[in-house]
Design a protein around this ligand. Sequence first.
Ligand code: HEM
Length: 131
Amino acid sequence: MHLGIAEPPIQAKEGSQVGPNLKTIGSQKDRKYLLESLLNPIAQIAPGYGLVSIALKDGKSISGALDKEDAKQITVRLPDGKTQSIPRAQIATATPPISVMPPMLGILTKPQIRDVVAYLASLKAKTSTKK
Ligand code: HEM
């Protein structure tokens, strides 16, 4: 899920693939990281979510989320959810991965950002609000 911030606990079945699942982000990242991801999303891109645009030597271009890369090829997740591996030998240029997440300062006030960080930090594995 992503952005399911209205009512905790967040349900895994909600949300979309636009961004990473934040259901247990509080167990994975500290508040400093969470704050940075809200203010400056491009600083650290969650694996599998950086958008790249690749120009091929034959003139075609491919855009999608960078799934993985190694010395031989780059694998991109396309908008339809399929993945495509492109041999580096066919690539003319590739952009560095960017985040599609908008920076939150300007959208949210500083106190609201503090609240969101506190909320995200509270999203831990195996916790429940049921008492
Ligand atoms: C209040 C609203 C939002 C909150 C609290 C939020 C929170 C976060 C956090 C904490 C991460 C880092 C996850 C990690 O590193 O594991 C993240 C990444 C991401 N978010 Fe959001 N987000 C918000 C709005 C949005 C919106 C509006 C979009 C897209 C339209 C978006 C798209 C993404 C994407 C694609 C990533 C992965 C790339 C990256 O790490 O920058 N987010 N978000």
